[in-house]
Write a protein of this length. Structure first.
Length: 310
């Protein structure tokens, strides 16, 4: 029986595998993350053999031996990629979403993938979408490619109580991989959130945008002082440009970081973002950071560790 008494330094990176086509890529990504953070790797598989809930699949259920073999192969791949990373496996019974949500309580990072289906169903899949809202640790969603260039992109509010965990993750990640940081703040005009068409007086748009940019600068100030070597670009965009801006950021950055937020609407936007020029969605990974991560001491990167690579 596991308890939530682990410390930030020994919490593992957890990856969930289910035998899908992207399974090997998920293991590779999780190994890279574990090596980067100097953390152990836990490979999990939720076997549905005894699960009889509403979301049980209608196809043939693999045997428990098949599930154990999947974990064995995944662990072998991980150890071959990075011999220095401690690798363990865990076979769970039940519903995948609930079991992985429980596992997230003792994890540093949870690595998951989008569904295997092609462009006709541009969503993450039910399990990943559920964990994007319910995970207790940051969730990294693999989206087809893992760029090694480009900035770390963080979507942030201008309220410190809402964005501290997100900005902490983004700044420390950028510092760890020596990457620039692009901070995006979605600016909503007064009244627009309530569906009221705002009355725009001459010059008001520029003034309001300047106020939003100043608020973003203020919320970044403490982090830029803490991480002076991280180049930061501020980007303030209106709500009408939000979807396009996010899709461009997913294509041009190496990582998108965002908070789960109160309503979860931003997570839904990221869930549906896709690469329109390809048959499948291939964009940089997304990390969703729950607000309570800061209180749990997670996700912090100890910058005293050497910057090893896999």
């Amino acid at each position: 029986m596991h308890s939530d008494v682990s410390t930030p330094r020994n919490r593992p990176v957890v990856v969930g595998v289910n035998g899908s086509r992207i399974g090997p890529a998920l293991v590779d990504l999780a190994v890279t993350e574990a090596a980067l953070y100097r953390a152990p790797l836990l490979i999990t598989h939720v076997w549905p053999g005894r699960y009889a809930g509403a979301y049980r699949g209608h196809g043939a259920v693999p045997s428990r031996a098949d599930a154990e073999r999947l974990l064995e192969l995944s662990a072998g791949r991980a150890r071959q990629l990075a011999a220095s990373v401690p690798v363990t496996t865990e076979l769970l019974d039940g519903g995948a979403a609930n079991q992985l949500a429980e596992t997230s309580r003792r994890a540093r990072l949870l690595v998951l993938g989008h569904r295997d289906e092609v462009y006709a169903r541009p969503t993450w899949g039910s399990t990943t979408a559920y964990l994007a809202h319910q995970s207790r640790c940051p969730v990294m969603v693999y989206r087809g490619v893992v760029p090694v260039d480009g900035p770390v992109v963080v979507a942030t509010s201008s309220r410190p109580e809402e964005c501290d965990a997100t900005l902490g993750y983004a700044f420390e990640r950028a510092a760890l991989v020596s990457a620039p940081l692009t901070a995006i703040h979605i600016w909503t005009r007064p009244g627009a959130a309530d569906g009221i068409p705002p009355i725009v007086r001459p010059g008001a748009y520029a003034e309001e945008r300047a106020v939003a940019d100043q608020a973003l600068a203020e919320v970044l100030a403490g982090w830029t002082a803490r991480f002076p070597d991280v180049p930061v670009e501020r980007l303030v965009v209106g709500d009408f440009d939000m979807a396009l801006t996010i899709e461009r950021a997913l294509r041009r950055g190496r990582l998108m970081v965002a908070g789960i937020g109160q309503s979860g609407s931003f997570a839904e936007l990221l869930c549906s973002a896709r690469e329109a020029r390809a048959v499948v969605r291939k964009t940089s990974p997304t990390v969703l950071v729950p607000r309570e991560s800061a209180r749990r001491g997670n996700p912090v990167v100890s910058l005293q560790y050497p910057r090893d690579r896999v």
